[in-house]
Design a protein around this ligand. Structure first.
Ligand code: NDP
Length: 453
């Protein structure tokens, strides 16, 4: 069977050269699926994985706009429509200078599986641009978003493709994108999620990814009769996911002690409490400042600058019970994973997408810690996006408690599916196999029903 995966991967690499993140994401899934193909050759015969790994459609376009100095800027925009087997394409938009086709294909591929796990009818997609919102004025961000949407609007719609936020795309960007869509199409529809509460958004959507990741960690710990109470937690990032991870950790009685951005990380041995978190939210979301400012405001903390040349990140070498990587892909390297394990980490729960390199994943699995891969652990965000779509379609809005209860139930159900599937395939406790296989079977069965399309 190993030769099947090798052949599939060598085809994929030849067809998609120079896209290592995409190769990494497909290889991980393919290796888990060996267990399925052995039992059920029909999936292999129908070339289901080969088809899922080939986007249904890739859209690439020019985004020209004028900056505050009157200079013309040219960026590249993308939308990858990966799979519509179980619903309209759904997945975020990322604005970051590192964005290129390979990053978005990996994210869109992961999204297909994640969305299938949510129990909601959503296909998978992802998009974005190499535009960097950092350091841009609101007016520049608005002009960029308007230009981006002027092209994207041809390809999306509430029953076709429903984008949301991701790195660099928060409430401000969704607002500008929505405004331009509405203006061009002359329709007010739920074409984007993560909208403002007064214009079609859902309560708990901003919180959903971080809250969901903590609910997932809670479920994992429950299997060992343990809880988050009193646990020291490492959190990376300081954006949307990191902020609401910290908020929910505090709710559950845990002690988050770190936050980071691309300049470095802060370590606060006394813990980031609610008052400090409110300050961070204001710093990041209103003033758009840098996390290093934390140590000026709270002198008990230390700041360690990022060293891109180092083979490890000292954030992951701090002793802790739990780790919540919530910044970006491959932020936990092989040495970082070893440091976490050697320091006795019990839980690694991924708020970010694919934050751990494959050697790191191997290390977590062989150490037998509770390791929740992103496509299961961070599915709360897209799940509440799905709930936002339902509310838009019904033209109603649910109370905060109702959305939160639904989110909690969805995370519990994802955990259960993943755990049971891992057991069914003879790898109990392996959440990677469980997530990949449970999601694959759902998408694959829909594809079998729908014929060769
Ligand atoms: P934000 O833009 O709100 O925050 C991203 C954070 O990560 C910032 O602190 C940013 O620092 C840091 N970061 C980004 N890129 C890098 C990098 N290359 N190196 C170091 N730090 C970096 O994004 P989100 O919080 O929304 O997303 C974080 C992660 O969660 C991503 O992997 C995303 O795909 C994933 N995710 C997000 C969901 C959502 O609902 N938003 C849903 C599911 C997953 P800086 O400001 O310096 O760039």
């Amino acid at each position: 069977m190993g030769s099947y995966v090798d052949a599939l991967m060598s085809d994929l690499v030849a067809k998609n050269p120079g896209e290592p993140e995409f190769h990494q994401a497909v290889r991980e899934v393919a290796e888990s699926l060996e267990l399925v193909f052995e039992r059920d050759p029909k999936y292999r015969a129908a070339k289901i994985l080969e088809r899922i790994a080939e986007p249904e459609r890739v859209i690439m376009f020019r985004v020209s706009w004028v900056d505050d100095q009157g200079e013309i800027q040219v960026n590249r925009g993308y939308r990858i429509e990966m799979s519509s087997a179980i619903g309209p394409y759904k997945g975020g938009l990322r604005f970051h200078p590192s964005v290129y086709l390979g990053i978005l294909k990996f994210l869109a591929f992961e999204q297909v599986f994640k969305n299938a796990l949510t129990t909601l009818p959503m296909g998978g997609g992802k998009g974005g641009s190499d535009f960097d919102p950092k350091g841009k004025s609101d007016a520049e961000v608005m002009r960029f978003c308007q230009s981006f949407m002027t092209e994207l609007q041809r390809h999306i719609g509430p029953n076709t493709d429903v984008p949301a936020g991701d790195i660099g795309v928060g409430g401000r960007e969704i607002g500008y994108l929505f405004g331009q869509y509405k203006r061009i199409k002359n329709e007010f529809s739920g074409v984007l999620t993560g909208k403002g509460l007064e214009w079609g958004g859902s309560l708990i959507r901003p919180e959903a990814t971080g809250y969901g990741a903590v609910y997932f960690a809670h479920e994992m710990l429950s299997t060992r009769d343990d809880s988050l109470e009193g646990k020291v937690c490492l959190v990376s990032g300081s954006g949307n996911v990191a902020q609401y991870t910290v908020e929910k950790l505090l709710d559950m009685g845990a002690k988050p002690v770190t936050l980071s951005d691309s300049d470095g990380f802060v370590h606060d041995p006394e813990g980031v409490n609610n008052e400090k978190l409110a300050w961070v939210m204001e710093l990041k979301n209103e003033r758009r400042g840098r996390i290093r400012e934390y140590v000026e405001r709270f002198p008990g903390a230390t700041f360690t600058p990022a060293d891109p040349k180092a083979d490890h990140n000292p954030l992951w070498a701090l002793p802790a019970d739990c780790a919540f990587p919530s910044a970006t892909q491959n932020e936990i390297g092989a040495k970082d994973a070893a440091n976490l394990v050697n320091n006795g980490v019990k839980v690694v729960c991924e708020g970010a997408n694919m934050p751990t390199v494959p050697e790191g994943v191997e290390r977590f699995l062989s150490a037998g810690i509770l390791y929740g891969p992103g496509k299961a652990a961070n599915a709360g965000g897209v799940a509440v996006s799905g709930l936002e779509m339902s509310q838009d379609a019904l033209r109603i809005s649910w109370e905060r408690e109702e959305v939160d209860a639904r989110l909690k139930n969805i995370m519990r159900s994802i955990h259960q599916q993943v755990r049971e599937t891992a057991e069914e395939y003879g790898t109990p406790g392996n959440y990677v196999n469980g997530a990949n296989i449970a999601a694959f079977r759902k998408v694959a069965d829909a594809m079998l029903d729908q014929g060769v399309v």
